[in-house]
Ligand binder design. Structure first.
Ligand code: 6CS
Length: 316
C-alpha cells in the first residue's frame, strides 16, 4: 500500500525533514506493508492546491499551513495572529501539543474532509525587505508578500503595510523584479528559497511563529485499520521532539549560511519597538473572530489562556 505525502516546502526544508523521518518510522513499523512517497513543493502545486488534493484523497497526507489554509478553515487563522504566542518557543510547542482547542479544531477540519494530525512550529517569522522595518511607520505602504489567507493579510494591513498575497513559488521573482518590497518567512526558508539574495534587510520582530499543520484525507484516515490509525498517532506524537530540534537547528545553521554568503543586514527589534507593533496588532483579533465565528473565538480564548498559564508556570 502506498501513501502519498505532499510538502509545501522544497527538499532540505523542515517539512522535508519531517516527512523523511515519518516515512522511515512508518515503513519500519509496518514491516514494509506501507510505502510512503514524498512529493516536495513544486511537483504538485501550490499549498492551496495540495489541500484540495488531500480533500479528494488523491493525496493521503500533506502539510497545510494556516497562512494559506485559513482561507478554507478560518479557525486556523488563530495560528497566524501576531503577538499571541509566547516569546519562548518551547512554551508554544508544549501548548500546541496538548491544547484543549484540538477537538474544536478537529471538528473544523472534519467539515472540510480533513483529519488534523499535528500542529508544528517551524520557527520565527522574519521580515525581509529592501528597506529596514523598525517602526510601524516604516511599514507604511510597504508592499509585503504574505501567504494567501485573508486573516494574515489583515495582520499587515493593521500596520499600514500594503500586503500582497501570492503563492510561495512566485516570491523570489516578485522580489527580484521589484513587484514586492519584502516578504516574511522563517530563516531556513529565506535561505533555501534564496530570498536573502534579493533583499537588503532581515528584521527579527518575533511577532509570530510559522506554525504548520499536518493533515490526512479524512476518509482515508477513518477507513484505516485501527492499528494503523494508532501507529500514525503514535509516530506523530513521538516525532514532536525530533522536529522541534530540527527546526531550531535549521534556523540557526542557515542564518550562518546567509551571513557567509551575503551582506544582508540583520536587525533585531527591541522590546520597546516590538511593543509598538504589538499594540497595532490587537485589533486583528476582532477581524479573526468575525471570520472564524463562535468556535474560532473559543479556540483563541483557549490558546490564550493556556499560553499565559504555561508562561507563568515556566517563569515562576
Ligand atoms: O510562505 C509560504 O507560502 C510557505 N513558507 C513556508 C516556510 N512553508 C510553507 C508555506 O507555504
Amino acid at each position: 500500500e502506498t501513501w502519498r505525502f505532499a510538502l509545501e516546502e522544497v527538499e532540505g526544508s523542515v517539512q522535508d525533514a519531517y516527512a523523511q523521518e515519518f516515512k522511515k518510522r512508518i515503513e519500519e513499523r509496518s514491516d514494509g506493508d506501507i510505502t510512503i512517497e514524498i512529493y516536495p513543493y513544486g511537483s504538485l502545486g501550490t499549498s492551496s492546491q495540495l489541500t484540495e488534493l488531500v480533500q479528494q484523497d488523491a493525496i493521503q497526507l500533506a502539510f497545510a499551513s494556516p497562512g494559506h489554509l485559513a482561507s478554507v478553515i478560518p479557525e486556523t487563522g488563530v495560528f497566524t495572529l501576531h503577538f499571541l504566542f509566547s516569546d519562548d518557543n518551547e512554551v508554544n510547542e508544549q501548548v500546541l501539543a496538548n491544547t484543549e482547542a484540538r477537538s474544536m479544531l478537529q471538528e473544523a477540519y472534519h467539515e472540510q474532509n480533513l483529519q488534523l494530525l499535528g500542529i508544528i512550529p517551524e520557527g520565527w517569522m522574519v521580515w525581509t525587505g529592501n528597506r529596514s522595518i523598525e517602526t510601524p511607520q516604516d511599514m507604511e505602504g510597504f508592499k509585503i508578500r504574505t501567504m494567501t489567507s485573508p486573516i494574515l493579510v489583515e495582520s499587515y494591513r493593521a500596520y499600514g503595510a500594503n500586503p500582497s498575497p501570492m503563492p510561495y513559488a512566485e516570491v523570489y521573482s516578485g522580489l527580484q523584479l521589484g513587484q514586492i518590497d519584502g516578504q516574511v518567512n522563517p530563516i531556513f526558508a529565506i535561505e533555501e528559497m534564496s530570498f536573502y539574495e534579493v533583499q537588503d534587510y532581515m528584521i527579527q520582530a518575533k511577532q509570530a511563529q510559522f506554525i504548520t499543520t499536518l493533515v490526512a484525507a479524512q476518509d482515508f484516515y477513518e477507513n484505516l485499520p485501527e492499528e494503523q490509525q494508532t501507529m500514525i498517532d503514535e509516530v506523530t506524537n513521538e516525532m514532536r521532539g525530533y522536529i522541534f530540534d530540527k527546526q531550531d537547528e535549521f534556523n540557526e545553521q542557515r542564518l550562518e549560511t546567509i551571513q557567509e554568503n551575503s551582506d544582508i543586514e540583520l536587525i533585531t527589534l527591541s522590546e520597546e519597538q516590538r511593543e509598538a507593533f504589538r499594540e497595532m496588532s490587537l485589533s486583528v483579533r476582532d477581524t479573526y473572530i468575525e471570520q472564524a465565528g463562535e468556535r474560532g473565538k473559543k479556540i483563541l480564548e483557549t490558546l490564550d489562556e493556556e499560553l499565559r498559564a504555561a508562561e507563568e508556570e515556566k517563569g515562576g
